[in-house]
Design a protein around this ligand. Sequence first.
Ligand code: COA
Length: 322
Amino acid sequence: MGIKIVGSGLYVPTSKLSNKQLESIVETTDEWISTRTGIANRHIVSSENTVDLAYESAKRAIEHGNVDPSEIGLIIVATFTPEQLTPSTACLVQSRLRLNHQQMIAFDINAACTGFVYALSIAEQFLKAKTVKKALVIGSEVLSKIMDWEDRSTCVLFGDGAGAAVVEYDDSIEHSFYLNSSGDEQGALKTTKLSVNNPLHQEEIEPIHFYMNGQQVFKFAVTAIKETLTTLLTQNNLSLDDINLVIPHQANKRIIDKVVKDLKASSEQFFLNVSDYGNTSAASIPIALNDAITKQQIKNGDQIMLIGFGGGLTWGGCIVSI
Ligand SMILES: CC(C)(COP(=O)(O)OP(=O)(O)OC[C@H]1O[C@@H](n2cnc3c(N)ncnc32)[C@H](O)[C@@H]1OP(=O)(O)O)[C@@H](O)C(=O)NCCC(=O)NCCS
């Protein structure tokens, strides 16, 4: 009973923003960003928005898996930077993909950087119940539209992008999910509130910006990855050597280095591509998954562990097969 990835795709905008370019936007240096985060480049949109990125990654996942689109009954998009509050990104992607067959379910979810893993767990329920045959799970973010481009402590970390996976349920696989959240730690990673302006109550309209307590989040991230990894191994009666590759959310190379050191693991067991994309929130895991396939670091039949952590706070993971 488990999720199998049958198609994978990624799409990032062509326009890039290097650390060097950031030196002329905020008071920072390429050296500071590289050594503190491992990030060299990020892609940011010049004309596209969340639906464009989601659609392109979905199209590529369907092509990669040679999937018959009529078998897709569910689209879930994980995002906290949608294009519109309604219709959902998922419905807009459904329309662009022309998935107009009789029964389709499409909706967005928000679990910040854990969104893709949360979305996969929801898809698993629909697949297990045989409500749908295949699901299209997408993480798509245009974080550049909510960055405070004067705040050097956040704007250098994030990028725009989307990743998608077509998934199905395989009865021969025995894998479980582990998900968690802690709303009490909501202040560590958050956006501005949407202001209320109605005939009875007026608030100042603030731009939507993203804030973070970097050091608190760093400590949380290391703990969250270790807790998720050890829980999943125990739940599934596996050791780390049974997993072909761990794909953690890509936020900061130093977070992953610390986890590897604490677990006395090998860095080769953990996939890393934050250097090229920065932190793309809900898109980071499916982008990394596709990158790992393209770079032939994983192949058909492998068992992969996906681990997310982020705003909420939320964290969790799963073991999937490809
Ligand atoms: C943000 C992060 C890279 C900062 O690294 P750090 O080593 O903790 O750095 P600090 O916050 O201690 O800041 C050190 C100094 O660098 C400065 N600084 C912050 N951003 C800077 C930048 N872009 N360029 C240059 N200096 C910067 C700070 O102002 C501070 O200066 P001070 O000592 O004069 O006060 C790190 O905390 C981190 O990665 N946290 C997790 C963030 C994350 O992953 N968020 C998303 C999770 S989903």
